[in-house]
Write a protein that binds this ligand. Structure first.
Ligand SMILES: Nc1ncnc2c1ncn2[C@@H]1O[C@H](COP(=O)(O)OP(=O)(O)OP(=O)(O)O)[C@@H](O)[C@H]1O
Ligand SMILES: [Mg+2]
Length: 500
């Protein structure tokens, strides 16, 4: 069963849908300048999904309290509760499966962070029996996961960033689907943004945000210029829950009545919880382990904090720790993703930007977001892979090191061809045909393949020779490895050298 909610229409006029189950597994990041329509988009998403799945909104401006009247969300005014009270409220909201709006309006930045962290902590730490799926929407996420330290105390920042990191990096297993919106990607902590696999990018003016958006979407930065021209309510969608290719869409109106009579993602309790307010917000149980924190630091606290900050160098908060073993295992999986992409029949003919986009999305689906290579590294991997080399071979072998140094003298897009020929020469395989060379170059043109070979020869890297029967041998200069004679006109299937 899939449950697709309708977000609006594509630029072509078709319904633009969001797959809720996929969203639960893969999270969402929304970016756009002020007024681009992010909050409207979140509201649409919440309204459309309200009948299907429990939800909570971390709402710094009190924008979403109106959901309470229409859809029955319990509105929690954070101002009126302690951190500990909010932590309990978070746990109970999950236990009783009540949708909530955490209204943080009227609090200063320090307390917005502390109280949001406490509530999120409650959602996160609830016992395993209550790990039902739940959307956790955070509007203005840069307030809770800022890229750099601001005015607030270090402790508040650590708590809040930790809670956001938990939500985005480790929430999935617990059924929490993070949905975060921000005006400025550059202001949002990178590790938090990196864990989303789905993106909705709205109007964006600043180059630095466009560059970050392009990196996340796996687009050339030049392409991201288009974000400047988006209108209010228009977004570019990408990701497993939205679209496999970048898709323009316009968000539909809000305040539609929830659909009913259709299958449910996960049934919510039959009858509404009697007196949800009294149960969720009952006084917290007597203090056992966690000491009660002061709700706002006084001057003395701040001085103490500043002093201890000066005395110790603290590690960066909340970056998830990955062991070397884990990292190697993830790299191996990244390699596998790349091989799967290259195994597609048309892979050789697609431009690098498109391949990279697909690569990034697949890595994210595999939970590899934190180790996705950037575009330059991807180019290098592609070069090695197109030459039929695993990363192990490139690493261990001195002669191969030599080959890659030589390859680096060539323009990026020719390196794969050179490596492929070098491999054939090393193994004594027949010289690749023009068709095989064209394919490795991402082209269908045999003439271009021959020109390419001539060019590489002119750079002094190879020598090409034809024998009496028209078969071609290529020898690597200095290394003196030579291919076996091969027919330039052979179809690629006969070529042993293309081991993709
Ligand atoms: N798709 C849409 N259709 C109709 N009206 C929209 C749409 N998107 C946004 N609007 C309207 O445009 C205005 C700005 O939208 P919204 O508040 O969602 O922007 P925002 O990106 O959240 O801005 P900020 O970052 O300042 O909070 C609102 O009045 C909203 O109702
Ligand atoms: Mg907004």
């Amino acid at each position: 069963m899939t449950v697709a909610i309708e977000m609006g229409h594509t630029t072509a006029g078709a319904p633009a849908t969001l797959d809720l189950e996929e969203l639960l597994a893969t999270r969402l990041l929304v970016q756009g300048n002020s007024g681009s329509g992010k909050s409207h988009l979140l509201r649409r998403l919440l309204e459309q999904s309200a009948p299907w799945v429990q939800q909570t909104i971390i709402d710094p401006e009190g924008d979403f309290v109106s959901l309470g009247d229409r859809y029955g969300h319990l509105v929690i005014d954070a101002e009126e509760h302690t951190e500990r009270g909010l932590q309990s409220a978070g746990e109970r909201a999950r236990i009783h499966r009540v949708s909530t709006v955490l209204n943080l309006e009227g609090l200063d930045a320090e307390n917005q962070m502390r109280r949001a962290a406490a509530f999120l902590g409650g959602l996160f730490e609830v016992a395993r029996d209550h790990w039902y799926p739940m959307l956790v929407v955070v509007d203005e996420a840069q307030l809770f996961a800022p890229a750099v330290a601001g005015e607030v105390s270090d402790e508040a920042r650590k708590l809040s960033l930790g809670a956001m990191t938990n939500l985005m990096c480790r929430g999935r297993k617990r059924g929490l689907a993070g949905i975060i919106a921000t005006q400025r990607l550059a202001k949002l902590a990178k590790n938090v943004a990196a864990e989303a696999s789905n993106f909705l990018m709205g109007r964006t003016f600043l180059d630095i945000d466009m560059a970050r958006a392009a990196d996340l979407l796996g687009m050339e930065r030049r392409q991201a210029e288009a974000f400047r021209d988006l209108e209010r309510g228009q977004f570019m969608a990408l990701g497993p829950a939205l679209s496999r290719r970048p898709l323009g869409l316009r968000i539909g109106p809000t305040d539609t009545s929830p659909r009913n009579g259709t299958p449910r993602l996960m049934p919510l309790p039959e009858s509404a919880l009697e007196d949800a307010r009294a149960i969720i917000l009952a006084a917290p149980p007597p203090e056992t382990v966690r000491p009660q924190r002061r709700s706002s630091p006084d001057l003395l606290d701040q001085l103490m904090a500043a002093k201890s900050a000066a005395l110790e160098i603290r590690p960066e908060p909340a970056e998830p720790q990955i062991s070397a073993e884990d990292l190697a295992e993830r790299r191996e999986r990244v390699d596998r993703v790349l091989r799967a992409i290259l195994a597609q029949p048309d892979a050789g003919f697609r431009v690098i930007g498109v391949l990279y986009q697909e690569f990034v999305v697949r890595c994210r689906i595999e939970g590899l977001a934190s180790v996705v290579p950037d575009l330059p590294e991807f180019r290098r991997m592609l070069t090695r892979a197109r030459a039929g080399l695993g990363s192990d071979m490139a690493a261990g072998d001195d002669a191969w090191q030599d080959v890659s140094v030589r390859a680096s003298l060539l323009p990026d897009d020719m390196q794969g061809v050179f490596m492929m020929i070098a491999r054939a020469a090393k193994e004594g395989w027949p010289c690749p045909s023009d068709a095989a060379i064209a394919r490795a170059y991402g082209s269908h043109s045999l003439r271009r393949a021959r020109r390419l070979l001539t060019y590489i020869e002119e750079q002094g890297l190879i020598v090409c020779q034809l024998d009496g029967t028209g078969r071609r041998t290529v020898t690597l200069v200095e290394l003196a490895w030579a291919t076996a004679p091969g027919d330039p006109n052979a179809g690629e299937v006969e070529q042993g050298s293309l081991a993709l």
